[in-house]
Design a protein. Structure first.
Length: 443
């Protein structure tokens, strides 16, 4: 739960000899219910509009002070502070930190915070606070990034050790995540049973580095009597504006950020499971067939190819790259949405993001895949030149992608690959697969 430090008003002080007229002006300008009266930087009382009601404009406010009430440490949890207010029957309290006055807290300040729902197990807010925070920042023109955290195999703790241990695991992870936050940029909420979410003002690259830092801390989430390490997977989305937002799209923008961050976390979680199976001698070391996450109804037919032409397929032997497509995240219903493609490359997950900006979903998927490949191989560039969807002689849908790949030495090649979509619903995954295949082809 938040502390009093996060809800205090600014430590605006007035001297006892100031006039009532000046105090009234300050109260109105600050829109504050009370003004702290200080001597040598230390509070000695309060004046309010009510206490100054009988004072003339030139009267000294020191003659119209009301008692300050109790002092509360800035690190006191909001709920504990509210209990003090109730026991002392006061409306205001001075907030101190290290013995120094740092501001004023009121009943109204505490009630605003107390009105939010809290998880009693972790003392964190639930997801309603994330949505409130996210909307406020989007409306004020700030970029918002969501870091989603999903515990790995949480059910095993409850099944093997009981719900008491499961609760302690949740508490341990909550404490670990909370210790890594920057209060100027980040908020942490418990999103659901074994899921947490961090809203941050960090831009995309910094947020991704932050997520890696969180995962590197997993070894610290250890319970003394638990033989297994507690681990979790993270997903990141946001931090990049595609165009000026319209007021009625803030909620859908935030929903999209949370949804795609959670899907990215789930993809990483599944990838880790599949990697573990492969290392344990599973039947195949390859990643399972990817699933496309789609919102809205699937298209009734694939997009037509230019001039109805279907290029000759690239030889299968030329597709020799190690990267695998893990997931394709698209939103067909929103023309200005972001498309994300997640790849597994050399034992790590990388993603690429492309803004549709009203363009073709297929083109956006190809661009996002190319960006993910560029991140997997720094110094190599991939410029998508053409994406064609057509039909093979047997009636199945085909996807052909042409791109220009430039290696570190500056050598460029025009490359192309074609794949056959297994179903209409897998067309966008096939676009990513064709882009990947073209990138690795020898030309």
């Amino acid at each position: 739960m938040k502390t009093v430090q996060s809800v205090i008003q600014l430590p605006e002080c007035a001297e006892p000899q100031q006039t009532a007229r000046a105090a009234r002006f300050l109260l109105g300008g600050l829109k504050a219910p009370a003004l702290t009266v200080c001597e040598q930087g230390q509070p000695i009382g309060l004046v309010t509009s009510a206490s100054l009601a009988q004072a003339t404009d030139l009267a000294r406010i020191g003659d119209y002070m009301v008692p300050l009430g109790p002092s509360i440490d800035a690190e006191t949890p909001v709920r504990a502070a509210a209990k003090t207010f109730l026991e002392e029957q006061v409306d205001f309290a001075a907030v101190v930190s290290g013995g120094k006055f740092v501001g004023l807290v009121t009943v109204r300040d505490l009630l605003a915070e107390m009105s939010r729902s809290y998880d009693p197990l972790t003392n964190l807010s639930w997801q309603d606070y994330l949505r409130e925070w996210g909307l406020e920042n989007l409306i004020n023109g700030r970029e918002v990034t969501i870091v989603f955290i999903d515990l790995d195999d949480f059910g095993k703790y409850n099944k093997r050790y009981g719900h008491v241990v499961g609760d302690r695991v949740i508490q341990s992870v909550a404490s670990l995540l909370g210790s890594a936050l920057d209060p100027e940029k980040d908020i942490l909420v418990r999103y659901a049973g074994d899921e947490f979410a961090i809203g941050t003002l960090r831009l995309r690259e910094e947020a991704e580095a932050f997520a890696k830092t969180l995962e590197s801390l997993q070894a610290e989430a250890v319970l003394p009597d638990l033989p297994e390490t507690v681990t979790f997977s993270t997903g990141v989305f946001g931090g990049k504006r595609t165009k000026e937002r319209e007021n009625d799209h803030y909620q859908s923008t935030l929903d999209n950020l949370i949804t795609l961050a959670s899907k990215a976390a789930l993809a990483r979680k599944q990838w880790k499971k599949q990697s573990a199976v492969a290392q344990d001698g599973g039947h195949s070391a390859s990643v399972a067939e990817p699933l496309v996450s789609r919102q809205g109804e699937p298209p009734t037919a694939p997009e037509p190819s230019a001039e109805g032409l279907v290029p000759e397929p690239v030889a299968q032997s030329s597709i020799n790259g190690a990267a695998q497509v893990i997931e394709v995240l698209v939103d067909e219903a929103v023309p200005n949405s972001l498309t994300t493609v997640i790849l597994s490359a050399d034992g790590a997950l990388v993603n690429g993001v492309s803004a549709r900006m009203g363009g073709s979903v297929s083109q956006s998927v190809a661009l996002a895949t190319a960006k993910a490949l560029e991140r997997a191989y720094p110094g190599v560039s991939a410029q998508v030149q053409d994406v064609r969807l057509g039909n093979a002689s047997d009636g199945k849908s085909t996807v052909t992608v042409s791109l220009r790949r430039t290696d570190i030495a500056g050598t460029s090649r025009n490359l192309m690959a074609q794949v056959i979509a297994k179903s209409l619903e897998s067309v966008y995954v096939s676009v990513a697969e064709a882009t990947r295949a073209a990138f690795y082809s020898m030309g």
